[in-house]
Each structure stands twice: as structure tokens, then as C-alpha cells.
Design a protein around this ligand. Sequence first.
Ligand SMILES: Nc1ncnc2c1ncn2[C@@H]1O[C@H](COP(=O)(O)OP(=O)(O)O)[C@@H](O)[C@H]1O
Ligand SMILES: Nc1ccn([C@H]2C[C@H](O)[C@@H](COP(=O)(O)OP(=O)(O)O)O2)c(=O)n1
Length: 256
Amino acid sequence: MNITIDGLCVVGKSVVGRRLAKQLGYIFIDSGLLYRYFSLTYFYLTNEQIQTKLITQKKEIIKNPLFYLKEFNIVYNLDKSTYILNRKRAAQLAKNNEIRKVINEIIKAFTSSKGFVVAGRDASINIIPDADIKIVLTADLTTHVARRYLENYDDYGKNIPYFDIKKDFLLHDLHSYKFIEDATKVLTLVINTTRMTIDQVSLLDQLEFYLCKLSVKSERASNRILFGHSFSFHNTNSHSANSATSLMGVGYPWYS
Ligand SMILES: Nc1ncnc2c1ncn2[C@@H]1O[C@H](COP(=O)(O)OP(=O)(O)O)[C@@H](O)[C@H]1O
Ligand SMILES: Nc1ccn([C@H]2C[C@H](O)[C@@H](COP(=O)(O)OP(=O)(O)O)O2)c(=O)n1
């Protein structure tokens, strides 16, 4: 079986994905790690140059999954400031559709057999559209920003102003919202993590995973399980969400 976990940043994809994979004896692939790895490897190249490099390198990478799945982890050895800087560069890289295509092809090739948990914002739509179980993690805007603030502060010792984080989020993450919206429409387990701790999300995940598995067997089409809070579109009781709506000039359907 293959499992996808979709969601924008800091909804817990990596933590939950890693725990789930460990529990099942599966391999966890964080697609964000590939964006960070290639942006690190080719830090000073333009997106177009990186695109050419990746197209040439793709075959070699696909032939050596075990080596590369380990190799990608060098990103975790970066010093804290470089890590944050590289994350920004990765966000730019991710806006290039050709690069996205190559990265997705690499992960697709790695996961052509079963036994993988793949996290990313387009995992269930573009990477493994035929995944057996698709989990979507969501959070409201304020939570996204607050978690990123805490992550920067606690993990990297950086006191990055709330407003800058929000601006970054709107610039770099919101464009992927469509993926998440689409992912919630397919066979899926949707968990709104806004008022949940990461442990609660993981536990719920593990528990409902089995439920979901059973439902997959019995009735694929009608299986959509929603957790966290009632599933609705809202942007009325949050100043932040309203700002986002007007800033982007689009509807801003945060799940609450
Ligand atoms: N439900 C949650 N409650 C509190 N903090 C969370 C929650 N989910 C994620 N986080 C925090 O957000 C940060 C990013 O988590 P991660 O799993 O890497 O998210 P993602 O892979 O979705 O970007 C971590 O510091 C993590 O502890
Ligand atoms: N499937 C993916 C995975 C990551 N990305 C982007 C999102 C981020 O800007 C970078 C790095 O991803 P990563 O998941 O490590 O970053 P976050 O901590 O979630 O912001 O790549 C993407 O566009 N599509």
C-alpha cells in the first residue's frame, strides 16, 4: 500500500508521515526534502540551469534510489541560518513547473512498488494519484504563521517577525492551495490540525488510518472522513484570513 499526506507548510506532514511510516515499516519520502536538496546542491544556479541539470541527472537518480534517499538527508546537516535561507531558495525552485515535473517523476519512480508514505503539497494529485490512502492535513492561516514563528524561534533561534512570516507564506505557499483543495475532493482523510497538538494528529492518524483502510475496501467512492472541526469554508472570524482574502483577491477557504 502507498499513502500520501498533503498539506501546506507546518501542518505536520513530516512528523506525522515519519511516525506513520515507522509504525508500518514503510519508507517515508518528504518531497520538500528534494526541493531543498536540489536548491542546496545548485544554490547559485538559476532555475533554468537547475532544470537542465535535473533533466540530465534524473535517470541516474532513479537508478539509485537507496543512495539518493540517504543523500537527500544532507540538508539536515546545514547550519541553522543556511537551512532557513535554503528553504526560501527551495520555495523559488518549487515555482518552476518543469523542475516540479522532474522531482515528481523521480519520486514516482522510487514509489513504483508499495510501502511508501509520501508527503508534499501535491503528493496525492501529481505524485501518487493512485495512492491507496490519501491524508490531507490543514490548519487556519493564523496557525500556519504561529507554528512557523515557533519553529524558527525554537529550532533555529531566529526571531523572525510575524508579519514577515505571513508575507512569506502568502507569497510562497498560497499558490499551492489549489493542490490541497483538489486533494480534499478525492478519496481522502481530512484532518484540520488547527486546535490539535502534533501528538493528537499522529494518534488520530494512526487510529483512523485503519478505519480508512476498511472503507477503502468496502466503498471507495463515498469515503471521505473529516476530523478536527466541522468542515466548512470560513474567513469571517479571523482578521488574518480576511486580510489574506483581500490580498490575494481570491476566496480563501481555510478549513475550520
Ligand atoms: N498540530 C501541531 N501542533 C503544534 N505544532 C505543530 C503541529 N503540526 C506541526 N507542528 C510543528 O510545525 C513544525 C513543522 O512540522 P512538519 O511536520 O515539518 O510540517 P510540514 O512537513 O507540514 O511542513 C514543527 O516544528 C512541528 O512541531
Ligand atoms: N511537493 C512539494 C514539496 C515542497 N514544495 C516546496 C514548498 C517549500 O517552499 C519547499 C520546501 O518544502 P518543505 O516541505 O521542506 O518546506 P516547508 O517547511 O513545508 O515550507 O518546497 C512544493 O512546492 N511541493
